[in-house]
Design a protein around this ligand. Structure first.
Ligand code: SF4
Ligand code: SF4
Length: 95
């Protein structure tokens, strides 16, 4: 059995965080909900310039995913299912 990075809840139960692994910017509608709820500033909004219609589209990208604490708040608020999360195994040098 792999050993995953695990936190303790307030009452001492184990909690296994699931860290952000992927954000599908092609599905993103740029609503900014994930940006507002992330406590770690993991995402940032980018602007894609549309030459032919002179419209600017916004979309989210991961910029600091190494800071993710695995709370999954971003996934809960995303209306388009853009995120993939997973628990991470403890590496030997973290024990
Ligand atoms: S899981 Fe939590 S910390 Fe990680 S990117 Fe999503 S909102 Fe931010
Ligand atoms: S919540 Fe989802 S759709 Fe909205 S900006 Fe974030 S990734 Fe894009």
């Amino acid at each position: 059995m792999p050993e995953y990075i695990t936190y303790k809840t307030k009452c001492g139960h184990d909690f296994i965080p699931e860290f952000v692994m992927f954000l599908d910017s092609k599905k993103c509608i740029g609503c900014g909900r994930c940006y507002k709820v992330c406590p770690q500033n993991v995402m940032d909004l980018k602007v894609m310039e549309e030459d032919d219609e002179d419209i600017d589209c916004t979309y989210m990208v991961l910029v600091n995913d190494h800071l993710c604490i695995g709370c999954k708040a971003c996934q809960k608020v995303c209306p388009k299912g853009c995120f993939v999360h997973k628990p991470l195994e403890v590496k030997n040098d973290q024990i």
